[in-house]
Design a binder for this molecule. Structure first.
Ligand SMILES: Cc1cc2nc3c(=O)[nH]c(=O)nc-3n(C[C@H](O)[C@H](O)[C@H](O)COP(=O)(O)OP(=O)(O)OC[C@H]3O[C@@H](n4cnc5c(N)ncnc54)[C@H](O)[C@@H]3O)c2cc1C
Length: 65
């Protein structure tokens, strides 16, 4: 799930509801989908650290990882 449809608590919603939130969640969902398709794993079973590593490699801004 990415873009306007994502679920969050009300505090983060104020930041994530606008377009930058849509493209960062889209980038993460796209890379996660590619990883799931390649490995055959379900989205729930994907290694989050590996996803974060790939996002950083592709230029994503993840200052806390
Ligand atoms: C009035 C208003 C002002 C805003 N101003 C700003 C702003 O200044 N800056 C900012 O960053 N953000 C702003 N936003 C927020 C921003 O527009 C949204 O967060 C963003 O457009 C959501 O993108 P999205 O791709 O997730 O969803 P959407 O842009 O809603 O795209 C979803 C698409 O899916 C299509 N769709 C829906 N159902 C189906 C279906 N069954 N089959 C096929 N297609 C379907 C829809 O027609 C639509 O084209 C504003 C929003 C509103 C409503």
């Amino acid at each position: 799930m990415a873009g306007r449809c994502v679920s969050s608590d009300r505090y983060i919603r104020g930041s994530i509801r606008v377009m930058p939130g849509c493209y960062i969640t889209g980038q993460a969902a796209g890379i996660a989908a590619a990883m799931a398709a390649k490995s055959g794993a379900s989205a729930h079973d994907l290694p989050v650290r590996e996803l974060q590593k790939r996002l950083k490699k592709s230029g994503a801004y993840l200052p806390n990882c």
